[in-house]
Write a protein that binds this ligand. Structure first.
Ligand code: FMN
Length: 217
């Protein structure tokens, strides 16, 4: 499945089969998290992989008693060190970038799980202090999300999503257009033409270079 197909078909999964997650799949998921973009490439995150049943149960309780989480054989707790981004970016690093960075990592986890035939869900509702204590993280570390992962025992339908017309503005705030797909098609044709033109120019330059290098030899 390509990337667009993957992100279009991903759903939040909250029911899991009683089957372990193969370690290599988990490895790919963690690699995908590690490779997420982060402001200034600071990567102030840590990923705590929890497989122990009792610990998962405690995490579910600390996550507003979302007991469905117990059935996922793996929880990845996504933690961040805001002090690290604060050192580089001050207030914005501490209060915004560290959260955005972890959010990017969490999205990568969800997509990597789905791409490999697994189900996962982003869990944000939790008592941060409790989860921090359960995993034994120090007080300066924030818990920014928990992702239960396993083989899905459900096929959730796509929940309602706002259509593009409602959420996309063109050039200026509030500037909606009715048939966004057609509009994008129009842009698509222009971009395609521009790319073709670019390729032609590049080919000309490249062949010119070849000529000059063959003259030298
Ligand atoms: C920041 C954030 C926090 C979330 N927290 C929870 C949660 O605590 N429990 C839960 O069941 N789902 C949680 N979700 C999942 C959303 O409910 C889900 O993404 C949304 O309903 C859309 O469904 P979809 O993921 O299938 O597109 C969270 C999602 C995000 C982005």
């Amino acid at each position: 499945m390509d990337a667009v197909e993957c992100l279009k078909t991903r759903r939040s999964v909250r029911r899991f089969k009683d089957m372990p997650v193969p370690f290599e799949l988990l490895g790919n998921i963690l690699e995908s998290a590690r490779l997420a973009p982060s402001a200034g490439n600071i990567q102030e995150w840590n990923f705590i992989v929890v497989t122990d049943y009792k610990t998962r149960e405690n995490i579910s309780m600390a996550a507003c008693m979302q007991t469905w989480m117990n059935d996922a054989p793996v929880h990845i707790v996504v933690c961040s060190n805001p002090g690290k981004s604060e050192r580089f970016y001050g207030d914005k690093g501490e209060k915004l970038y560290c959260i955005q960075n972890s959010a990017a990592a969490i999205e990568n986890i969800l997509l990597a799980a789905h791409a490999q035939g697994l189900g996962a869900c982003w869990v944000g509702a939790c008592d941060e202090d409790k989860v921090r204590r359960i995993i034994g993280a120090p007080g300066n570390i924030r818990v920014l999300g928990i992702v239960p992962i396993g083989y899905s025992a459900e096929e959730p339908a796509m929940p309602d999503k706002y259509p593009l017309t409602d959420v996309v503005f063109i050039d200026k705030w509030g500037n909606r257009i009715k048939d966004i797909a057609a509009y994008m098609g129009y842009y698509g044709t222009h971009i395609k033409r521009a790319a073709e033109k670019g390729r032609e120019i590049f080919a000309k330059i490249a062949s010119g270079k070849n000529k000059s290098s063959s003259k030298k030899s």
